[in-house]
Ligand binder design. Structure first.
Ligand SMILES: [Zn+2]
Ligand SMILES: [Zn+2]
Length: 223
């Protein structure tokens, strides 16, 4: 099943123009099986979208994107209304572990620098040995930045996920994660990510994707 693991809505992300109701309808229409709403530092938008999804029979999983000293982290399986900005990574990690969730660096190489360039060897290795997966395909990244993230995940044997990082409706599904199993609950989502039973794709690589966004038409024509 195909899930976009990284979407922002206007409820909690001032930078997003996506109405959660439109998100649920649009995501179902283009052939996604689910989306994760991951707002910056708060969960209200995810809760709203999750409730709408339940009413309409579409899977909306709740997550959050938390800014730490090591950059943005996607978190699933940890529920609290608000997180501090620039949260200490080790505090976040403690909470994630206690809750049985997962922590995943989002767009780790967006500036075209990997963790080693950006943080130095010691911190990079600490981080890579404590995260559960890496977002190696991010819809807002260049192919080079995604490639660098993928190389890092390959080298460290970490599970790999993808998400659009959509802030506009037509960006939803630019990058997705395909899961081997049918997922119904957030516990299952967390379990499958941790086990690495998932793979990221650019949507234009997938035949079953029914998107009409201009970026998709031109990308798929190009091959
Ligand atoms: Zn981010
Ligand atoms: Zn984001």
């Amino acid at each position: 099943m195909l899930i976009d693991l990284h979407v922002h809505t206007m409820i909690s992300s001032a930078c997003s123009q996506i109405d959660p109701l439109n998100l649920v309808d649009y995501a179902a229409r283009i052939g996604l099986d689910g989306v994760c709403v991951t707002e910056h530092e708060e969960m209200e938008g995810a809760e709203v979208a999750h409730r709408l999804g339940m009413e309409r029979g579409f899977r909306v999983f709740r997550g959050v994107e938390v800014y730490t000293e090591f950059g943005d982290m996607l978190v699933f399986g940890l529920y609290r209304p608000r997180f501090p900005w620039k949260m200490d990574f080790s505090d976040l990690l403690k909470e994630v572990r206690r809750a049985g969730g997962v922590v995943i660096p989002a767009h780790p190489c967006r500036s075209d620098r990997d963790f080693f360039d950006r943080l130095g060897k010691e911190k990079a290795e600490y981080l890579l040995s404590h995260v559960d997966a890496i977002e190696v395909l991010n819809g807002g990244n260049t192919p080079e930045a995604n490639g660098a993230a993928q190389a890092m995940a390959d080298k460290y044997g970490l599970p790999q996920v993808g998400g659009s990082d959509a802030h506009l409706l037509m960006q939803v599904g630019r990058c997705v994660t395909r899961f081997e199993r049918e997922l119904e609950t957030e516990e299952e989502l967390v379990e499958e990510i941790r086990a690495g039973r998932c793979r990221p794709f650019y949507a234009h690589q997938l035949r079953e994707f029914r998107c009409n966004a201009p970026w998709w038409r031109s990308a798929s024509k190009g091959g």
